[in-house]
Design a protein around this ligand. Structure first.
Ligand SMILES: [Zn+2]
Length: 153
């Protein structure tokens, strides 16, 4: 199982990228206005595996000797299965911000959390170091778990 690899997703796979981050994977968003050549350059420079649905881009990656995973389905569940078929482990883990790919820091109990949606007495809370978004294990988390589990049956 591959866990320590880094990725960059192309714009067609932003949803898949978010789901991979929920499983703790480091998945970069493409910089604004980045074209295919930029993506390949970033993949090479940062040692990231490019995730794309674009066959031509995948071919260009191969030529440039950049790592690439070509996703064929447009359906999220099938895409997640393709990711698992590539040997990438998917289990929800509070490590990465699903929006910006920042690292999550566990918030200590004494710190206040004003978000009214947070469940009462929820023990674990995480904050994104980059954008400040808060995460906790609640109904949203269970939803992720269910979605990832559902595909096993
Ligand atoms: Zn963030």
């Amino acid at each position: 199982m591959v866990k320590d690899r880094r990725y960059i997703a192309d714009l067609m796979l932003m949803r898949l990228a978010r789901w991979m981050r929920m499983a703790g994977h480091d998945v970069s968003n493409p910089p604004e206005g980045a074209d295919d050549s930029d993506l390949i350059e970033i993949a090479l420079a940062e040692g990231r595996t490019l995730l794309t649905r674009d066959k031509l881009l995948a071919k260009r990656c191969e030529k440039a000797e950049a790592r690439c995973i070509l996703i064929s389905s447009s359906d999220l569940d099938e895409q997640l299965s393709e990711i698992e078929d590539a040997g990438i482990f998917l289990e929800p883990e509070p490590v990465r911000c699903t929006l910006c790919n920042g690292l999550l820091q566990e918030v200590v109990e004494s710190e206040s959390c004003d978000d009214p949606r947070r469940p009462e007495g929820g023990p674990a809370l995480w904050r994104c170091e980059s954008c400040g978004k808060l995460y906790w294990r609640g109904s949203h988390w269970r939803g992720i778990r269910d979605r990832l589990k559902r595909r096993d049956s």
